[in-house]
Design a binder for this molecule. Structure first.
Ligand code: FES
Length: 144
């Protein structure tokens, strides 16, 4: 399988691995088909332009693409507002990695889902409305 240099880099040298104690938001996503699991921990701080993701860490038990996607996704949302982070799609993560093989696109979905769940956890704790998460059928063909 052909992986881009960026995928190989983020897989071999992943950024933001670990946990945050008492996170402001915690999200977990899993793919029942391959059994891979991703956890995202958020530290959120209020700023003039809205709540900002001050720190983010991940723990992923999964394939190379899932680890590379977690690493890239955490880099992409660090320092962004919570709303900006919500807008990041799995496709944007895959593009930032210079692409994933088509059968590996579903691995990037875990990053989008885990971040959305972590943001919703944060929102719930702050009395904000939980946003519906877009459904992805992990059993079906990979989403592009
Ligand atoms: Fe399961 Fe990549 S094969 S997330």
């Amino acid at each position: 399988m052909d992986y881009s240099d960026k995928v190989m880099d983020h897989f071999s040298n992943p950024r933001n691995v670990g946990e945050i104690e008492n996170p402001d938001g915690l999200g977990e996503a899993g793919n029942p088909k391959c059994g891979d699991i991703m956890k995202i921990y958020l530290k959120v701080k209020d700023g003039p332009g809205g709540a900002v993701i001050e720190d983010v860490k991940f723990k992923t038990f999964g394939c190379a693409s899932a680890i590379a996607s977690s690493s890239m996704a955490t880099e992409m949302i660090k320092g962004k507002t919570v709303d900006e982070a919500w807008a990041m799609t799995n496709v944007a993560v895959a593009e930032a990695l210079d692409g994933l093989p088509p059968i590996k696109m579903h691995c990037s979905v875990l990053a989008e889902e885990a971040i959305h769940k972590a943001i919703n956890d944060y929102r719930e704790k702050h009395g904000l409305e939980v946003i519906p998460i877009r459904e992805f059928d992990h059993e079906s063909a990979p989403r592009a």
